[in-house]
Design a protein. Structure first.
Length: 117
């Protein structure tokens, strides 16, 4: 299983970006896919994901970011609007599966988003 994230870049404050993450190697449920981010010197934190079939967001991005999915393409997207300098981070897509032995997380390689003021 491989997760390929793309769409990062350098933008100015107030701009928009759309990140994509595609899972290859098997057909997955996009309802267990999401996004995390890691700013320099900080821990990786939750950004957005599906929870019980509904999107869930961290408070810091709620109202500005939108997660969506394309089941046929094994792909989730993160539309990021009104970007702020504090959104600067490496964004990682995540897919997890739960088995009888526990939860297993898979991560993409990360895509860098830099927002200048």
């Amino acid at each position: 299983v491989q997760l390929q994230a793309s769409g990062g870049g350098l933008v100015q404050s107030g701009d928009s970006l759309r990140l994509s993450c595609t899972v290859s190697g098997r057909t997955v449920s996009t309802t267990t896919m999401g996004w995390f981010r890691q700013a320099p010197g900080e821990e990786r934190v939750f950004v957005a994901a599906w929870s019980g079939g509904n999107p869930a967001y961290s408070d810091s991005v709620k109202g500005r970011f939108t997660i969506s999915r394309d089941n046929a393409k094994n792909t989730v997207y993160l539309q990021m609007n009104s970007l702020k300098p504090e959104d600067t981070a490496v964004y990682y897509c995540n897919w997890y599966r739960v088995t009888m032995t526990g939860r297993y997380d898979y991560w993409g390689q990360g895509t860098l988003v830099t927002v200048s003021s």
